[in-house]
Design a protein around this ligand. Sequence first.
Ligand SMILES: NC(=O)c1ccc[n+]([C@@H]2O[C@H](COP(=O)([O-])OP(=O)(O)OC[C@H]3O[C@@H](n4cnc5c(N)ncnc54)[C@H](O)[C@@H]3O)[C@@H](O)[C@H]2O)c1
Length: 272
Amino acid sequence: MNIQGQAALVTGGGSGLGEATARELARLGAKVAVLDLNMANAERVAAEIGGVAVHCNVSDADSMAQAIQTASAAHGTARILMQIAGIGTAKRVVGKDGKAAPLEEFAKVINVNLIGTYNAARLFAEACSKLDPLEDGARGVMVFTSSVAAFDGQVGQQAYSASKAGVVGMTLPMARDLAQHGIRVCTIAPGLFKTPLLASLARAGPAIVGGQHPLPRSLGQAQRICRTGLPHRAQRPPERRSHSLGRRAAHGPTLKEKNEQNRCLRRAGGVW
Ligand SMILES: NC(=O)c1ccc[n+]([C@@H]2O[C@H](COP(=O)([O-])OP(=O)(O)OC[C@H]3O[C@@H](n4cnc5c(N)ncnc54)[C@H](O)[C@@H]3O)[C@@H](O)[C@H]2O)c1
C-alpha cells in the first residue's frame, strides 16, 4: 500500500515501539492518529508529528469505538491500523511468599494484549470494509504486535506469552476472513527492544529478559521496528525479520489457498 496521504491509527502510539511507528508513518506522509491510554504522551507525539491525539482503552468496546470515530472525523476513515498497545507482567506461578499469583493480573494482560487487539481489529475492519477499494482491490491493512515470547516465553511470562500466542493464533483466521473485504492482516513478533515496557518487566523480577540476544548482543532500538513493521514492509520475505512468524501466518493464505478462496468468493459473488 502507498502510505502517502492515508489515514492511520496507531494504538500505543504514545511510547516505545508505537511512538517510533507513529513517527515513521508520519514521515512517510500518512495522517496519523496517536491512540493511547496515556493522553499526555499521545499529545506529545501527535504535536511533534502533526497528527491527532486520541484517548483510548483498547480493551474497552465503547472507548475504542469512540476513538475510531474521533480519528475518522479528523483524518477520514483509516486504511491502516497498527495495533501496538500492550502491557507486560512478570510473576512466578507460586511466589517467594508461597502464594499463588493473583488471577486478576493474568486476566488483565490477556484483556489488554489479546482482547484489546481483537477489539481494535473488529472495529477498524467494520469501518474499513465500507471504503472503496484501492487500485489493487485492497481496502486496508492491519498489523498486530505479538512477541518472541509467544514462542519462547521466559519464567514469569505466563500471562504475557499466552496473550501474544493468542494474537498469533487469531492472525491467520482473521486474514482469511477479512480477505473478502480486501483487508490484509499481519502480525509481527519482535525480539527485545529497549522501551519503557521492557524496563518494567526487568524491574518486576523473574523474567529478566535483557541481554539474551545471541547476536547482536544488545536490545533493539525502537526506531528499527519500522524496518519490518510498517504495512508496506510487512510483506517482505521472512528473513528480513529478526523473529518472524511462519510464512503463512505473516502473509496470510498461500497462493494455492488464495486461488481456492477466489474460486469460492467468485461463486459467492465476493469482491476479492
Ligand atoms: N519492547 C519489547 O522488547 C517488545 C518485544 C516484543 C513485543 N513488544 C510489544 O510491543 C508493544 C509495544 O511495547 P513497548 O515496549 O513499546 O511498550 P511501551 O510501554 O513503551 O508502550 C506501550 C503503550 O501502550 C499503551 N497502552 C497500554 N495499555 C493500553 C490500553 N489498554 N489502551 C491503550 N493504550 C494502552 C501505553 O500507555 C503505552 O503508551 C506491546 O504490545 C509489547 O507487548 C515489545
